[in-house]
Design a protein around this ligand. Structure first.
Ligand SMILES: [Zn+2]
Length: 122
């Protein structure tokens, strides 16, 4: 071993530690994004919301109740984006949500909110 160089095991341990920290940080960011998305969706339904949130909704930076109301119209197969809604136009015009629903249906998950199921009596 040359003077000043580290043994291999130390370099490997350092690398493994960096990978573990990076994965942990990435997972934490993922969880935070899930939380934020759910909170933004909640605010799109809430009758009362903090003034800052209402301002962000009015400016279109986060999902507004008005925009999100389109998703809850009969058919229930459009405007699925629940964070900002910015991608809904593209996703809807290209029928990408429909494609996603077909993939999920092919995996055996029923399309619970299709027109027929909405008209069935309980
Ligand atoms: Zn909703």
């Amino acid at each position: 071993m040359q003077p000043g160089s580290r043994p291999f095991w130390m370099t490997a341990a350092l690398g493994a530690g960096l990978i573990a920290v990076s994965l942990g940080a990435g997972f934490a960011a993922f969880l935070l994004a899930i939380f934020a998305t759910n909170q933004i969706h909640f605010w799109a339904h809430a009758e009362r919301r903090p003034p800052l949130v209402a301002r962000l909704q009015r400016r279109g930076l986060i999902l507004s109740p008005r925009h999100h109301a389109n998703h809850h119209q009969p058919g229930y197969a459009s405007t699925y984006c629940i964070t900002s809604g910015w991608m809904n136009g593209v996703m809807d015009s290209q029928r990408l949500w429909d494609g996603c629903e077909r993939i999920v249906a092919a995996l055996g998950v029923p399309r619970a909110l299709d027109e027929e199921s909405l008209q069935e009596e309980p």
